[in-house]
Design a binder for this molecule. Structure first.
Ligand SMILES: C[S@@+](CC[C@H](N)C(=O)[O-])C[C@H]1O[C@@H](n2cnc3c(N)ncnc32)[C@H](O)[C@@H]1O
Length: 385
């Protein structure tokens, strides 16, 4: 997450440097607030699942003490929206160690916001369907220092919902995880081809194309910026941050039905047509038959490039791939290992939620990083082939 943000901030329209970020637990990065960095993160950052501008933090774990602290803090907080009227909603992050139900926590935060905004001259009303600003309440921090935090969601909710995927397939990888996988593969879009040999709905190819050119995933007009004075004067357009990069991406799957979904998703993401025909190639193929010669046929430019990277997530045997029993799945993993061994000098990165994959695949991982996709615990693995 940090490396991606640093790279984006360096190429952003702003003369700003990313300060040292603080890591909190496994999945949170804390950055001192700077509207320009927040703008870059909210518009372009692909690996974060939510971006909050934290306004308030307390050790309170019960409703009354929370309200007593939150209300005066909000009443004197100049960062809140200044409009005459405001439609807002409150989302909840992880809050299992708060000593009241999620509904009660949300209710108290809503009440404090309505009252605080009212004393600031803003008539605020709850609107869960079309809010202008979404606040987030969550429990955060390390086990020794837990806090209840209230912030403004400046990244437009759950960021794996990019909005472009029109057909998800039976076992899609979250977009945020696909982006993470590609970054872990250390893909250099300028000099290396990227192949997803089991591409399903094409999530990895779409993310790779976006990462390569630094394409935005949110437009400023979709974000709550116009209601927040801190963002006044920041750009309203989001041109690519790495224009001119032409990635070479191959997206394959064995199933005809998946190919149709993939084409639909690439089209919805604006990645089809003449300007992309040399850049992203789709094909129907069994990974077991994959050879460097076949890739060179699909992507003629590959001969001028360095060895490439494979990024994929194979069937785990839970949502798909379990129909024929575990033996067939392990045979597939072993066959995949043999097929990718034909690609000397290439690297591979995958996300797998099956503990037997590593042994069956038969290559030694250079990195193992536990992660979860749609509640299935698994791991990112990287390989030098
Ligand atoms: C877990 S899904 C991939 C999901 C994908 N990353 C996405 O986001 O939609 C695994 C894919 O592997 C494909 N597959 C299974 N066996 C295959 C094989 N032998 N060769 C190529 N693709 C295969 C399946 O059709 C399925 O689409």
């Amino acid at each position: 997450m940090e490396a991606e943000l640093k790279r984006l901030v360096m190429r952003s329209p702003f003369d700003v440097r990313l300060p040292k970020l603080k890591r909190e637990g496994e999945s949170t990065l804390l950055c001192p607030f700077d509207a320009r960095i927040s703008w870059v993160a909210a518009c372009h950052h692909r690996t974060s699942s939510r971006i909050s501008w934290d306004l308030f933090s307390t050790t309170a774990v019960r409703l009354e003490p929370l309200f007593e602290e939150l209300l005066p803090a909000l009443q004197s907080d100049d960062r809140l929206p200044k409009a005459k009227t405001l439609r807002f909603s409150v989302d909840l992050g992880a809050a299992h160690d708060f000593e009241a139900s999620p509904l009660q926590l949300r209710g108290v935060v809503k009440n404090a916001l309505v009252e605080a905004l009212q004393t600031r001259g803003v008539t605020a009303e709850i609107d869960v369907d079309t809010p202008e600003v979404v606040f987030v309440a969550r429990r955060a921090g390390t086990p020794e220092n837990r806090r209840t935090v209230v912030g403004i969601d400046i990244g437009l909710g759950a960021r794996h919902r990019r909005g472009a995927r029109v057909a998800a397939g039976p076992a899609p990888l979250r977009e945020t995880m696909a982006a993470q996988l590609i970054i872990l593969s250390r893909w250099d879009a300028r000099s290396e081809p990227l192949v997803d040999p089991m591409a399903g709905s094409g999530t990895i190819a779409i993310e790779a194309a976006g990462l390569a050119v630094g394409a935005a995933i949110r437009r400023p007009a979709q974000l709550p910026f116009r209601h927040l004075a801190a963002f006044d004067g920041l750009p309203t357009e989001t041109p690519d941050l790495f224009p001119g990069t032409v990635p070479r991406i191959v997206s394959l799957d064995i199933e005809q039905e998946r190919i149709l979904a993939m084409v639909g998703n690439l089209r919805a993401a604006g990645l089809t047509g003449r300007s992309h025909e040399d850049s992203i190639v789709i094909g129907q193929m069994d990974i077991r038959d994959l050879t460097p010669e076949y890739i060179a046929e699909l992507l003629p430019r590959v001969a001028e490039m360095k060895p490439g990277v494979f990024c994929f997530n194979p069937p785990y045997g839970v949502r798909i791939g379990g129909e024929e029993g575990p033996e067939q799945l392990f045979d597939l993993y072993a066959d995949m290992g043999r097929a990718l061994a034909r690609f000397r000098g290439w690297r591979a990165a995958c996300f797998v939620a099956n503990p037997y994959f590593v042994e069956a695949f038969g290559h030694f991982p250079t990195m193992t990083k536990p992660a979860t996709n749609a509640e299935l615990p698994g791991a990112f693995l990287t390989y030098d082939l």
